[in-house]
Design a protein around this ligand. Structure first.
Ligand code: NDP
Length: 334
């Protein structure tokens, strides 16, 4: 029998998300194999090699990763570093001829996102952004309602994601503005992407407002940010994000009913309910397993790229506009 070809994955940046979510999720995939690592921390290497059977030849640093070009074991590099470094390492991976999976938020600016798209196109490699919710079946079912309109026209959207973290040490990248820290970059892309995904529309204008309950801790970055997304037909999504407040829902109100995801972006437990009493129970298994299998199938020519670079760019464009709106107190048109 012919065995299914698998996509060789190298994780780049072995922090919390790679260690506790992506590497375990890779073990359950059908179309992926964790074959390599790229890290700036030599002390992490032996543990990863032991746990996942990674040979010396598939271990790289950020400075040696150009040699990936000579390694046919690795098909894709998954960039899982602080946000400000996504573009740099995506460029190195693409230049070595490797497909790029890049974590959210895609990059710091719209221009950086465009450069990432361009360098992947130039090197004829695929680019997928790590928005795991777009692979989650209950979320996909609710997104499909934008086409089938079971409750009539959408009248309003409420999209909120935050977690009650209350701050990290000042030297953590999530507390630093130029590294991509703060609520809007880290968490805000969930309500933004969720509202866009469930309406199937792009926003034409935004407003924004900052709230700070711990100014002594959040000296550089936003802590809680409320914003609205205005769509072309006048529809408004009321949104918020926070690294202090715990909110986690995405509700779509329509002419004759509503549907809702709550929690809307947790690693597990995502549940869909509707005004007609329908309930889609949380899936079994990990969202990241579904995500990486979908992205691997795209590389294998067996399916579309569900979340291409343009998705990450559209969200960062809105992040930048929301900052402008919150800083000026004005509505910002796109
Ligand atoms: P961590 O801080 O835990 O890990 C980041 C890793 O990046 C580090 O361990 C390090 O790995 C590497 N790195 C390279 N350069 C630097 C640097 N200058 N400063 C700090 N770290 C550096 O972050 P997370 O794992 O939580 O987040 C990483 C990315 O994943 C972010 O973009 C984040 O938004 C995204 N993420 C996505 C989630 C999702 O659900 N989709 C959930 C959580 C995070 P090494 O030592 O190997 O070089």
């Amino acid at each position: 029998t012919m065995s299914q070809r698998k996509v060789g994955v190298a994780l780049l940046g072995l922090g919390n998300y790679s260690t506790h979510l992506l590497a375990p999720a890779l073990q359950a995939t059908r179309f992926c194999e964790l074959r390599g690592i790229v890290t700036g921390s030599p002390e992490k290497i032996p543990k990863w090699q032991r746990r996942y059977g990674i040979p010396d030849a598939n271990v790289y640093s950020y400075d040696t990763m150009h040699r990936l070009a000579d390694n046919p074991d690795i098909d894709v590099v998954y960039v899982v570093t602080p946000t400000s470094l996504h573009l740099k390492y995506a460029e190195r991976a693409a230049s070595a001829g490797k497909h790029v999976w890049c974590e959210k938020p895609m990059a710091m600016t719209e221009a950086e996102c465009q450069r990432m798209i361009d360098v992947c196109n130039k090197n004829h490699v695929q680019l997928a952004i790590g928005y795991r919710m777009q692979h989650e079946p209950n979320t996909r079912a609710m997104a499909n309602y934008a086409q089938t309109s079971p409750f009539g026209t959408i009248t309003s959207v409420s999209s909120f994601a935050g977690y009650p973290g209350n701050g990290l040490p000042a030297d953590n990248w999530r507390m630093q503005k130029d590294m991509g820290g703060g609520a809007l970059y880290d968490m805000g892309v969930y309500p933004i992407n969720g509202a866009r995904f469930l309406t199937g529309m792009n926003s034409v204008a935004v407003t924004g407002r900052f709230e700070k309950s711990h100014p002594e801790i959040f000296t550089q970055v936003d802590e809680t940010t409320y914003f609205t997304l205005e769509f072309a037909n006048g529809l408004i999504a009321d949104c918020g994000t926070s690294v202090v407040r715990g909110f986690n829902h995405l509700q779509v109100d329509c002419e004759s009913g509503w549907y809702r995801l709550a929690p809307m972006q947790s690693y597990s437990g995502v549940t869909a309910t509707t005004s007609s009493g329908k309930r889609l129970a949380p899936i079994k298994g990990m969202q990241q397993t579904l995500q990486m299998d979908n992205d691997a199938q795209a590389i294998l020519g067996q399916g579309p790229i569900l979340v291409p670079g343009e998705e990450g760019l559209a969200d960062i464009r809105l992040v930048q506009a929301i900052f402008k709106a919150a800083e000026s107190g004005r509505r910002v048109a796109l």
